[in-house]
Structure formats: structure tokens, C-alpha cells
Design a binder for this molecule. Structure first.
Ligand code: GDP
Length: 600
């Protein structure tokens, strides 16, 4: 979602003054506190272990020392886990991070990525040192083959793209060894915040895979500074011959707009080779013909498509009959579309990677459980009801341990700790991301106010609090991308409804989050949170149903894996395991939405 770019107040009306010193940053602030620990660790080890540690102290010191000596992020394979929050297929936390080194056998994520040797060896540290959760979602053989084919085609066609608009337009490649092959293109136009961009890039890339086109990325934003090039030995950026002014100048009034203006009437001008596809919140029924077979037939005649969108249109692609069989083969797990294509496309640039790894190493590397909490308010100031919502959600669903509040119980708990009789030595890390520090500060205070009932230690961290959205400012976008990536390392996620920022993190993580619905009246909503049926993002603005499903048919029986979203009532999303019965009905204002008979 896009907020106005004007400067917004960063201060809370709740009187809790924002203080950047409270927010952990990956720079030097931890060094002062860490150094004595390291020195004492070394000293104690040098004394040959003659001193007696408490179990937890020795564990901590050992971790610190190991961390200081090793550039990789080793996790303790014997670490205990919290069973409750692992329900629902989340992998054991002690093995949570798939930290592959260059020497390890599979640095291709199960064939998803091309072999590292295909890439320029100095180009992208994040690709060589994945710091990702292990995932149960593997790419199908068909997807792997399609990606390799795509890469070859991209290499071939990217160099011809500069001929756009030339009399012969460069739409055909002549290769002496191969028969004449057509080059066709989808140009992704940068639009809206980073979460929206990740949504629309995955959507455009999947569309390119399905239509045998190559994806080119608008140069107008800071995408090239945030992400590594994903395709080996070529670039995904629009060639500089196609100017930023031209790409960014395409809009609703462009005569080439699909199903509008002269492009529908058969334009013979030099620009007739392209269509502009407008899939945003201002799209109309003409634009939405994109999701119809007849619309696709029309677009098929254009070698070049320029797409501007702020929606995750992937579920809509399943309505297009000609794509359906292909989609089923490529993605046997329907809910893994963004997860797999996102892991394929999005590798943090070295600048972002430095920020991510320094923060991770300092605050997140050593834990038994990482719980990510993402709060997007779409408001100038923090909304207090979200804090209550978080607290009630984690308590109701036992996602975080309870804090002992009674003074006698606190004393008793502390005595037990002193005697080393506490039941648990779990370390739980809570990563909070938000534009505001309010949630982080209050949650941290909760876990400092008393011991946890089971003796677990809970530390709360927030990498940044930017105050307001400043899309296209590199330092700001860097933090946004780092936040999304760090959230994606979580074992358990709480995300705020309606936010593509949260959708990106959950889908990259491979975790179905607990969604915190937005309040409509400023009160804590009931229920406070709902478990998402899949990790897939929600398509906020699905098209009208008419052209996709035969009149009178129940779409749930034809496309049982396209279901209503939990947070946006007229939105749709992909799930892997369909429920036994769901219904859709047509709504003239919003297109597809779940009927009242749907039980979510
Ligand atoms: P959406 O508006 O929630 O759907 O997500 P977008 O990512 O499209 O737009 C919101 C933008 O606001 C982000 O891209 C960031 O620029 C900024 N932003 C929102 N929440 C956060 C956050 O938790 N951390 C950081 N660093 N930036 C955020």
C-alpha cells in the first residue's frame, strides 16, 4: 500500500518518545557491551575450565566466542524447541537456518538457482551465503527446467531489447544454429512501496514464464542497488536506450493502454508493437480483460508489454484457461508460488547483505526460536490497539511465554534461577519491524518486567524505525528490504493484515503467519488474530468473475485452491489443500469475494 510521500510525524501521541538509542542497529552499539563478555570468555577458557559456570552462563560465553571466531552463523543443533508453536508443519527450530557455504553440496536451493559457477564470483555475497530458513517446499523438476530455459532465453533476448521502437523492432533473433526465434518482453514498471514491488515482480515474472517472454525491470527506482542480478551472465534491467522517462510516462491516459484508446482499434504506428497493461487499484473492466482468455489472445500479438501494477496478480493467472495446466505442473504446491519465485529472484545486494548479516550476527544468530512481529499501521502514529492485539494473540496461542507478574512468584522464580532449577533454558528472540518504535519498546519492557513462567529468556529487537514511508530513498529502502529478509528468517510470524510488506516476509519464509486483522473502530478486533491458511500473499483486487468461469458454475469446484483471504474480504489467495466446501459470489463493486456461507 502506498502512503503519501510527504514528511510524517514520527512521534507517538501516547507520549512514549521515540529514542533511536533504544533501537538496535547493526553498527557498533553492541560492541561496548559485548567486549567484556568476550574477554572474560577467553580468559576463563585459558584458565583451563577450572572455574565453575552455571549451565546458562557457559552456554552464552561459548556462543559468543564461537561467534567472534567464525564468520558463519552456526546454530546449536542440540538446542531445545517450543513444541506448541511448531505445530502446523514448521520445521524444528534447532535446524532452522539453511546456512550454506560455498563448499556445501547444494547451494542452488534444490535446483531453483543456477549453479554458482554460472555467476560472476564476486557479484553477490547473499547468493553464496544463503541465510534462509530450511523449507519443505522444493521446486518441481518442471519448474527447474523452465527456469534454466528461461535463463538461456533471457540471455539471448536481453541484448536485442535495445532495438525497441526501431523499424524492425528487434523482435526476432537470428541465430545460425537455431531456427528463427521470437523475442518477446514484459517490462515491469516500478510502482508503490517495496512490498508491493516484490508482489508485482513475482507476478510479472510468472507471467513471463507462462507466455515465453523475458522480464525486464524499470531502471527508475533503486532496484539495482537493492538486489543482485538474478539471471546469470546477463541483466534484468531495461536497456538504457529505453528511457526512464518513457517507461515511467506510461499511464492510464496512454493510447497504448490495453483495451482502451487506439490500441484496441488496430494501431499501425511504430508503437503498435507494445501494449501498456494497467493493473492497479484504478483498473477498470477493460484492464481486467487481462485475466480473460480473449484478452490474452489480444496481448499475444504484442511483442512488448509494459505492466504497471500494485497487486499480487498470481491467483488471477489461474483463471486464464490456457495457463492452468502449465501452472499445475510447475507448482504442485499452489501456495509455494511466491516462496519459490521470490527465493529465485530476490537476493539482497552486498550493501543490504552487510546490514542483514551484521544485525543477524549481533542479535538473532543464537536462539532456539525466532518470532517475527510485523506491524504496519498505515497511519502517522502507532496504534495502541495493535499492541494489545499482539499480546493477546501470543498469549491465546502460546506463541511466546507468559511473564510472571505476582511479586512472590517473581521472587520464587528468581530463587529457582539462582539454584539453576528453572525448567527451561530456551532463548527466544523476538524481531519487531515497524515504522514506529512503540511496539518494540513496550514488548521489550514486558519481558524485562519479570521472569517468564517457564524460565525462558526472551529478547526483543528492532533493526530500524523509519517513522514514515520514504520509498525510493536508498537508505530507507535498504532498511525495508533488510527488515523483510530478517523477518523471513522467523519460525513463527505475526503480520498485520493488508500489508504487502508482511506478505513478502511470510512467503519468503515459507511460514503461514498469524494475521492481526485491522480494527475498523480503533478497538481490539475479535478475534485478535487468525492463522493464515497458506503463506501466499493476497490478491487485493481480483477481477470480475464473468469471463473466467462458465456462468452458473461454482468456481470453488473448478479452482478449489483459490480461496478468500483472511484479511481482505474481497481478496483471493492460493492455498495448497482446499477445504471441502467454499463458495464465491460475484459482487459488482469488488468482483470476486467470499460469500457469507464461507467459514474461514
Ligand atoms: P504495504 O504498504 O504495507 O503494503 O508495504 P509496502 O512495502 O509496499 O510499502 C510500505 C513501505 O513503508 C515500505 O516499503 C517501507 O518503505 C516502509 N515501511 C513500512 N513498514 C516498515 C517496516 O516495518 N520497516 C521498514 N524499514 N520500513 C517500513
Amino acid at each position: 500500500m502506498e502512503l503519501p510521500r510527504s514528511r510524517r510525524s514520527a512521534h507517538s501521541p501516547l507520549g512514549r518518545k521515540s529514542d533511536s538509542a533504544h533501537t538496535h542497529t547493526p553498527v557498533a552499539d553492541e560492541k561496548g557491551s559485548r567486549l567484556p563478555v568476550l574477554l572474560s570468555s577467553v580468559l576463563l577458557l585459558a584458565l583451563g575450565g577450572t572455574l565453575l559456570y552455571t549451565t546458562s552462563f557457559s552456554l552464552n560465553c561459548g556462543d559468543q566466542l564461537e561467534q567472534s571466531l567464525s564468520p558463519s552463523f552456526e546454530s546449536d543443533s542440540s538446542a531445545p524447541t517450543i513444541r506448541k508453536v511448531l505445530d502446523g508443519g514448521v520445521l524444528p527450530t534447532s535446524h532452522v537456518l539453511d546456512e550454506l557455504k560455498l563448499s556445501d553440496a547444494d547451494n542452488t536451493l534444490g535446483g531453483l538457482l543456477a549453479d554458482l559457477s554460472e555467476f560472476d564470483s564476486n557479484s553477490c555475497a547473499s547468493r553464496a551465503q544463503h541465510l534462509q530458513r530450511k523449507t519443505k517446499f522444493k521446486p518441481s523438476q518442471e519448474l527447474v527446467q523452465r527456469l534454466r530455459r528461461y535463463e538461456a532465453q533471457h540471455r539471448k533476448c536481453a541484448s536485442r531489447a535495445k532495438d525497441f521502437g526501431q523499424p524492425k523492432s528487434g523482435s526476432r533473433v537470428h541465430d545460425s544454429e537455431a531456427p528463427e526465434e521470437e523475442c518477446r518482453y514484459v517490462v515491469w514498471i516500478a510502482y508503490s512501496g517495496l512490498g508491493n514491488r516484490l508482489m508485482t515482480l513475482v507476478s510479472a515474472f510468472l507471467y513471463a514464464l507462462l507466455t515465453n517472454r523475458i522480464l525486464l525491470v524499470d531502471r527508475s527506482s533503486d532496484m539495482s542497488k537493492l538486489f543482485c542480478e538474478p539471471i546469470p551472465r546477463t541483466s534484468w534491467l531495461v536497456p538504457s536506450e529505453i528511457t526512464v522517462e518513457f517507461v515511467q510516462g506510461l499511464n492510464e491516459s496512454s493510447p497504448q493502454r490495453f483495451r482502451h484508446g487506439s490500441s484496441t482499434a488496430g494501431d499501425n504506428s511504430s508503437t503498435a508493437e507494445f501494449s501498456y497493461v494497467h493493473l492497479t487499484h484504478t483498473s477498470d473492466s477493460g484492464d481486467e480483460m487481462f485475466f480473460c482468455d480473449s484478452g490474452q489472445q489480444q496481448l499475444d500479438t504484442k511483442p512488448w508489454l509494459f505492466i504497471k501494477s500494485n497487486s499480487y496478480t498470481v491467483p488471477g493467472l489461474f483463471f486464464i484457461t490456457q495457463f492452468r495446466a502449465d501452472l499445475s505442473v510447475l507448482f504442485p504446491d499452489k501456495e509455494a508460488v511466491f516462496h519459490l519465485l521470490g527465493r529465485y529472484l530476490f537476493h539482497p545486494s552486498d550493501a543490504v547483505w552487510g546490514w542483514i548479516t551484521r544485525f543477524h550476527k549481533s542479535y538473532l544468530a543464537h536462539h532456539d526460536q525466532q518470532v517475527g512481529i510485523q506491524i504496519r499501521t498505515f497511519d502517522d502514529s502507532p496504534l495502541p490497539y495493535f499492541l494489545e492485539q499482539i499480546q493477546e494473540c501470543v498469549e491465546q496461542h502460546e506463541l511466546l511465554p507468559k511473564v510472571v507478574k505476582n511479586v512472590d512468584s517473581i521472587r520464587r522464580s528468581e530463587e529457582l534461577q539462582l539454584q539453576n532449577l528453572q525448567a527451561s533454558e530456551k532463548d527466544i528472540t523476538v524481531l519487531v519491524t515497524s515504522l514506529h518504535p512503540y511496539y518494540y519498546e513496550n514488548l521489550r519492557d514486558v519481558y524485562l518486567s519479570g521472569p517468564t513462567e517457564g524460565g525462558e529468556s526472551v529478547s526483543v529487537h528492532q533493526p530500524s524505525h523509519e517513522g514514515w514511508q520514504k520509498t525510493n530513498t536508498f537508505g530507507h529502502d535498504l532498511k525495508a528490504w533488510a527488515d523483510i529478509y530478517l523477518l523471513s528468517l522467523s519460525d513463527v510470524l505475526l503480520t498485520s493484515g493488508w500489508s504487502t510488506f508482511g506478505y513478502s516476509a511470510q512467503a519468503l519464509a515459507g511460514v503461514s503467519p498469524w494475521i492481526l486483522p485491522r480494527s475498523t473502530d480503533g478497538q481490539v478486533p475479535n478475534p485478535v488474530c487468525v492463522k493464515a491458511r497458506s503463506m501466499e500473499p493476497c490478491f487485493h483486487r481480483p477481477p470480475l468473475l464473468k469471463c473466467k468461469i462458465p456462468e452458473g458454475a461454482n468456481p470453488a469446484t473448478i479452482l478449489p485452491y483459490v480461496q478468500p483471504c483472511e484479511d481482505v474480504k474481497w481478496g483471493i489467495k492460493l492455498i495448497t489443500t482446499p477445504p471441502t466446501q467454499r463458495f464465491f459470489q460475484v459482487d459488482d463493486r469488488h468482483g470476486l469475494h467470499a460469500s457469507v456461507r464461507v467459514t474461514i
